[in-house]
Design a protein around this ligand. Structure first.
Ligand code: FAD
Length: 280
C-alpha cells in the first residue's frame, strides 16, 4: 500500500459505456474518484468476449489516471487461444491486475468453451503467465444463484482461491452478517486471502430490484418497503440510500473488512457521499 492510498482501502468498478458521450462522462467520473486515492479501479467485461474491445479501450483510458486498473476477464464461451491472446495483450499494455470470472453464457451462445469454472480460469492464467498478474475472483456472501447450497458454494470458492487467486471481491449485499458469516466459512476452508465486500449504492429502486433478482442479492424487506414508499421522490431515495449504505459500509469496516469495492455504475456522486461519511 502506498502512503498516498486512501486509508480505508477503497476501490471502484466501472462498466464500458457503449456511446462516446458515456465514455467522455466516465473520464470525469474517473477523475473525481481518483482524487480519493483508491487502491484500484476495475472495468467489467461481457461474457463470451462481447465487450472485449470496449473493456480494453476503457482500461486504457481509466489507467491514464495513474491508478492501477484491473480488467475483468470471463472464460465462459471462450477458447484457450482467445484467452491466451488477451492475456498477452494486457501484459504488453502494462496491466498487472485482473478480476477473473466464469461469467454467464449469453443467450444464443451455444458453446461453453474450454474452461467451465472460474477456478479453471485462475489455473490457466497462472500456468500461462506465472505470477505476473494480481488476480481477484468473485465471492457470494448470500450464495451464487446456481449453487446447490451455501456450503457447496464456499467449497467451490475455496477451490478458486487455492488455484492461485490473491483476493476476492464479493457480490453486493445489504446484510452485514451475510458477509461475516461467509468470511468465517471461507476461513474454515483454509482461505487466508483478503475478501473485499462489494458495495452497491442505492439510487434507483426499480433498477436495483431488477438487478438484485437477477444476481441473487437480497434487498431486506424494510429497505424495499421504505424505498417503495418514496415513489418518484429521487431525493429521498438518494438520502435514504446514502444512510443505509454508509451504515453497512461502516459496520463492515468496523468488523474487520479489509477494504470496500464500490459498484459505481459509472457515477461518482452516490459513492463519494458514502466514502466521505466513513471513518477509519
Ligand atoms: P464460478 O466461481 O465458476 O462459480 C459459478 C457457479 O459454479 C457457482 O454456483 C459455484 O458454486 C459453481 N462452481 C464453481 N466452481 C465449480 C467447480 N469446479 N465444480 C462445480 N461447480 C463449481 N459478469 C460478467 O459477465 N462480467 C463481469 O465483468 C463481471 N464482474 C463481476 C465482478 C464481481 C466482483 C462479481 C461478484 C460478479 C461479476 N460478474 C461479472 C458476474 C459473474 O460472472 C456471475 O456471477 C457468474 O454467474 C459466475 O462467475 P464466477 O466467476 O463467480 O463463477
Amino acid at each position: 500500500m502506498s502512503s498516498q492510498e486512501h486509508p480505508l482501502g477503497i476501490s471502484f468498478e466501472f462498466f464500458p459505456p457503449s456511446t462516446e458521450a458515456g465514455r467522455e462522462k466516465l473520464i470525469h467520473v474517473r477523475d473525481a474518484l481518483a482524487a480519493t486515492n483508491p487502491r484500484f479501479f476495475s472495468v467489467t467485461y461481457g461474457a463470451g468476449g462481447s465487450t472485449q474491445a470496449r473493456t480494453q479501450d476503457i482500461v486504457r483510458r481509466v489507467s491514464e489516471s495513474g491508478i492501477t486498473t484491473a480488467p475483468h476477464l470471463s472464460c465462459i464461451g471462450s477458447e484457450k487461444a482467445q484467452l491466451r491472446d488477451l492475456l498477452a495483450q494486457y501484459r504488453e499494455e502494462g496491466v498487472e491486475s485482473l478480476v477473473a470470472l466464469r461469467g454467464d453464457l449469453p443467450s444464443g451462445m451455444a458453446s461453453i468453451g474450454e474452461l467451465r469454472y472460474a477456478n479453471e480460469l485462475v489455473e490457466f492464467i497462472r500456468a500461462e503467465t506465472g505470477d505476473h498478474f494480481n488476480i481477484a475472483v468473485a465471492a457470494y456472501p448470500e450464495s451464487h444463484p446456481q449453487a446447490a447450497n451455501l456450503e457447496r458454494d464456499v467449497e467451490n470458492f475455496a477451490r478458486k482461491m487455492n488455484a492461485g487467486a490473491d483476493m476476492a471481491i464479493t457480490q453486493y449485499f445489504f446484510t452485514a452478517d451475510a458477509y461475516f458469516h461467509f468470511v468465517e466459512r471461507a476461513r474454515a476452508h483454509g482461505v487466508t486471502q483478503p475478501i473485499i465486500p462489494g458495495i452497491m449504492p442505492i439510487t434507483n429502486y426499480t433498477k436495483l430490484a431488477r438487478f438484485s433478482d437477477a444476481c441473487g442479492a437480497e434487498i431486506p424487506r424494510w429497505i424495499r418497503k421504505q424505498l417503495e414508499s418514496f415513489g418518484d421522490d429521487h431525493e429521498s431515495i438518494a438520502a435514504f440510500g446514502t444512510e443505509v449504505v454508509t451504515r453497512l459500509s461502516q459496520r463492515l469496516l468496523d468488523g474487520g473488512a479489509p477494504g470496500l469495492h464500490f459498484y459505481t455504475l459509472n457515477q461518482s456522486a452516490p459513492v463519494l457521499k458514502v466514502v466521505n461519511n466513513l471513518v477509519g
